[in-house]
Design a protein. Structure first.
Length: 217
């Protein structure tokens, strides 16, 4: 099975498994989506949602977080990993949004990636899930699965993103990155499937006998 055939097979399985995909991070608007994605670094979506469900009913604008100040933001998100660093980023990006963008989240990768704590992956999620712009956010989990499924031999998420964008039609990107994440969590786990048990792995590599090793991002 060549690369193109694997791509079509994977897309078919993912579309059948997850025909109606939902965004895992809860948010109230695009600003709170940005905050949630920022908080999700080195933290589970479930943990982020558990924390933000008590924040967003009251605080959901840059003005709210600027007024709160860094110390109060820390107290609100203290159950999140590296909360002090994230609180600093949230406070500073809120000030920048007010001062430079009229309190609104910018709609370009360039402007988003200038914000404190916002890298390319976070910007991609906001562009995709917030603005509906075709983007393919790649985290370490998608990087691992793309290698396991023979879609990339990239040593980092940047190369993996390029390869996935080349292989899959642009119209599928926004749903596809979420479908891959959900599938990895449910069927192709790092310490469960090992590249030899789930439907995608067995369909694409029926003769694979040994666990596949993947390169870390």
């Amino acid at each position: 099975m060549n690369e193109v055939q694997r791509t079509k097979k994977i897309l078919k399985i993912l579309n059948k498994t997850y025909p109606n995909i939902t965004v895992p991070l809860k948010s109230r608007n695009i600003f709170t989506l940005l905050i949630s994605v920022l908080l999700s670094a080195q933290c589970t979506d479930v943990n982020v949602n558990n924390v933000t469900k008590n924040i967003y009913p009251k605080y959901y604008k840059p003005q709210h977080f600027k007024k709160l100040g860094r110390n109060k933001i820390e107290k609100l998100i203290k159950k999140i990993g590296i909360f002090r660093i994230k609180a600093k980023s949230i406070f500073n990006l809120s000030k920048i949004l007010i001062e430079k963008h009229g309190g609104k989240v910018p709609k370009t990768f360039e402007e988003l990636e200038k914000l404190p704590g916002v890298g390319h992956k976070t910007a991609s999620v906001v562009m995709s899930q917030g603005f509906g712009h075709p983007a393919f956010p790649v985290d370490t989990h998608i990087h691992r699965l793309a290698q396991r499924w023979g879609l990339t031999n990239g040593k980092n998420v940047i190369q993996t993103e390029k390869d996935l964008k080349r292989l899959f039609p642009k119209k599928s990107w926004n749903n596809l990155h979420l479908q891959i994440i959900y599938y990895g969590r449910e069927y192709c786990k790092a310490r469960n499937c090992y590249g030899i048990t789930c439907k995608i792995c067995t369909s694409c590599y029926p003769n694979r006998k040994k666990p596949i090793e993947t390169k870390k991002a």
